[in-house]
Design a protein around this ligand. Structure first.
Ligand SMILES: *Cc1c(COP(=O)(O)O)cnc(C)c1O
Length: 498
């Protein structure tokens, strides 16, 4: 029997329990903390085995129900059917064998071609149900800071949703041409995308500032809106991401590649720590995960933290070819630390104050050791990521994007050698990053070629077609041309909301 969760969550910084539905509507806790489940449901082995015979929406319904026990089972089932029907077939999260014992979990077959679709395609339904459960009929204003993929996934998910308006801020420098065009050509009368000067950390800090401002909230209230977030700080983003780890394990069982109960390692290209955190939640729910391998690019504050026990964000920020991982302050780390310390919200609050004031904090030796039993880490540079794209194409005839390539390269060096299978999580389609993928696998990319020329050349060389949603981008009208300073975000929102 599955043991259900309580349907309530608590802030990582303390205080009483609140309903999951309230948490999904509010995004961040009022004390600035993140919501974490009061306790995790437990999924026993025979239930994991049963998942092997189900399609993805059925697996999602089975795992989501114990996480959200106050939500209607029929409504959840209907919501997952609707959400995952847009993922190109019954297998929304296909697991592909790379070589003996190594697998690729492809999470980029959703409508915007990045793993963010798994949570965001479901989030509007989760918010609607939450609003009904909470008896909250306010209009929703969704504010998003994006490093590239969340923005488009959120715009696409919330476009033309009734009583909802969505505003996305993306860093002016540091998203690919395809990512930028995906956002600025977004349709829907309720959608807005705005370029913010600076990097992702600046955009994220700016948006967090709006959430923290009582005055700003009040002003939006006056216009009939409650503020909510579609960033991975929202509990509603975390929950759907837990499903695909169960799904991958069920696929391995179905193929006879693991014995029920045998540990499987996962390597996750990491930025804001949301995806890898979902894997850790799956493990806390009973999924036999061995090590989680946290892969970073040149912005490797996280990898260093896992190695040394000191999280130090006082360092240079690099713009890389894996922009979704160009993050120094990883929000979801807070949830992981909360669990790691046995839910010591005092300890977590102290760390977050130190992070804010000094840019750094340290674990003690016991905490550091506990961290390292759950996670390994590594990082890689631009040159080696590029080579990893070429190597995986040459050796396995599989095309990976620059984020997945960071994971692939880290895995070469940090792979546990206990004979258990390893799953590399593939987070985006290579065609979102045409230029960088072309430079990795083609002998020669002509000067002046656009991202889209590159996509065509890749398709020609590999026989893998360009996804239609990318091929159409250069022909679409630009609908969102606004830009602002991070300090000017409040004004922008006020003028857009009217
Ligand atoms: C968002 C994203 C990541 C990072 O995921 P986190 O949950 O923020 O750690 C990695 N790769 C791609 C392609 C992404 O879009």
């Amino acid at each position: 029997m599955i043991r259900q969760g309580s349907g309530r969550v608590r802030s990582t910084r303390g205080g009483g329990a609140v309903a999951s539905a309230r948490a999904i509507l509010d995004g961040l806790a009022p004390d600035g903390g993140l919501y974490a489940p009061e306790y995790f449901p437990y999924v026993p082995r025979d239930e994991i085995e049963r998942l092997a015979g189900l399609d993805y929406p059925e697996r999602a319904a089975s795992i989501l129900k114990p996480l959200l026990p106050t939500f209607g089972a029929d409504e959840l089932a209907e919501a997952v059917n609707r959400a995952y029907s847009r993922f190109g077939g019954p297998d929304a999260a296909p697991l592909r064998e790379l070589s003996g014992g190594s697998y690729l979990l492809e999470l980029y077959h959703g409508p915007t071609l990045a793993f963010k679709d798994f949570a965001l395609q479901l989030l509007p339904s989760l918010m609607d149900q939450s609003a009904r459960l909470e008896g909250d009929s306010s209009k929703r204003l969704i504010l998003v800071a994006t490093s590239g993929d969340t923005g488009k996934a959120a715009l696409e998910a919330f476009a033309d949703q009734p009583d909802t308006r969505i505003i996305v801020f993306y860093p002016e420098d540091g998203v690919s041409e395809a990512q930028r065009l995906q956002m600025v050509t977004q349709r829907g009368a309720n959608t807005h995308a705005v370029a913010a000067r600076g990097n992702f950390d600046d955009a994220q800090t700016g948006v967090k500032g709006l959430f923290a401002s009582a005055e700003f909230r009040q002003s939006m209230r006056g216009r009939g809106y409650i503020l909510t977030s579609a960033n991975s700080i929202n509990y509603g983003r975390l929950v759907p991401q837990i499903v695909y780890y169960f799904s991958a394990y069920a696929d391995l069982i179905g193929r006879g590649a693991v014995r029920l109960g045998q540990p499987v390692h996962f390597c996750v290209p990491t930025g804001n720590f949301g995806n890898i955190l979902a894997a850790d939640c799956a493990r806390r729910m009973g999924l036999p995960i061995g090590k989680l391998i946290c892969a970073s690019n040149r912005n490797h504050a996280l990898a260093d933290f896992i190695e040394s026990g000191t999280y130090d964000t006082r360092r240079e920020f690099y713009v890389t070819t894996s922009p979704a991982m160009d993050i120094l302050i990883s929000s979801n780390l807070e949830r992981f630390l909360y669990e790691l310390t046995g839910r010591d919200s005092g300890r977590v609050s102290d760390w977050m104050v130190a992070l804010k004031n000094d840019g750094a904090f340290s674990l003690d030796d016991t905490e550091r050791a506990a961290f390292r039993t759950r996670m390994l880490a590594g990082w890689t540079d631009e040159e080696n990521s590029r080579k990893a794209i070429a190597r995986v194409w040459r050796d396995c005839h599989v095309l990976i994007d620059p984020h997945t390539a960071v994971g692939a390269d880290v895995l070469e060096r940090v792979r546990p050698d206990d004979g258990n299978p390893v799953v590399l999580v593939s987070t985006a389609s290579p065609f979102k990053f045409g230029m960088d993928v072309a430079k990795a696998i083609l002998p020669d990319v002509p000067e002046g070629a656009s991202d889209f020329d590159c996509c065509r050349m890749i398709a020609e060389a590999t026989g893998i077609p360009v996804p239609p949603s990318i091929a159409e981008l250069p022909g679409l009208a630009v609908r969102h041309a606004g830009r602002c300073e991070p300090e000017g975000m409040a004004d922008v929102v006020e003028s857009l909301v009217g």
